[in-house]
Design a protein around this ligand. Structure first.
Ligand SMILES: [Zn+2]
Length: 236
């Protein structure tokens, strides 16, 4: 898969459902570059970096994480650049890092209802050898909001209330009218796929208030503002 150009300063590697690999974003500043999400593994990061090279794009200086789920964070050990995550994301990564990742330990946690995703097909496609799992915490911890001036373009990273996870962060690039929203609009897979309509409504109000033309989600192609809001309103 090749890196695609969405606007003058926004690029992305499309999502790949076979390995549950989410879309990885890239903001090209005149001084610094930022990657959005760290992907599933070192292999996923390598695919991204090869795509950058092919398109004459520099390695990222910063990597912003949208939420803690494995497919967005287990590549963090392999990325170039300083990693940035919400404080709750980091707490969760710390917890995952200290867990045992053997076949037996995963099975026990699934049986106790503590884990849901680590037995699924896509995870197994990505991690045939569990010893390859490496989990690290982030370098910069965000509480509410952090703005990066990348040079002629800015990245506004901020925490939102969202139904998918309580550590959801959005990354807004006002100069390009682009918004990265990760999986924030989806239901909570760790709570029996429960869709909290109050949280969804709060997220819809946030999205409505932001001036963007396209948003980039974790597991689909980029969507227009009217399309994502039209869809989300049908869920209320
Ligand atoms: Zn997720």
């Amino acid at each position: 898969m090749d890196i695609k150009k969405l606007t003058g300063k926004i690029y992305y590697l499309p999502h790949n459902p076979e390995f549950d690999r989410p879309l990885l974003g890239y903001i090209k500043g005149s001084k610094y570059n930022m990657m959005i999400d760290a992907g599933t593994s070192d292999k996923h990061v390598e695919e991204f970096n090869n795509g950058l090279l092919k398109n004459n794009l520099k390695n990222p200086d910063f990597v912003a994480i949208t939420h803690w789920h494995w497919d967005h964070t287990f590549g963090m050990h392999a990325v170039n650049g300083v990693t940035i995550a919400h404080e709750k994301t980091n707490e969760k990564l710390h917890e995952l890092k200290n867990q045992e990742w053997s076949e037996q330990a995963i099975k026990a946690r699934v049986e106790q209802g503590k884990e849901i995703e680590f037995k699924n097909e896509e995870f197994r496609n990505e991690y045939k050898d569990l010893n390859e799992i490496k989990i690290v915490t982030a370098d910069i911890i965000v509480d509410k909001k952090l703005v990066f001036n990348l040079g002629d373009v800015t990245a506004h990273i901020f925490h939102v209330e969202a139904p998918h996870s309580d550590d959801s962060m959005l990354i807004y690039v006002p100069e390009e009218k682009i918004l990265f929203i990760g999986d924030s609009t989806s239901e909570d897979f760790y709570n029996n796929h429960y869709l909290d309509k109050d949280k969804l409504n709060s997220l819809i109000i946030t999205l409505e208030s932001i001036d963007f033309t396209h948003c980039l989600l974790g597991h689909t192609d980029p969507l227009k503002k009217s399309d994502i809001l039209g869809y989300l309103n049908t869920l209320l």
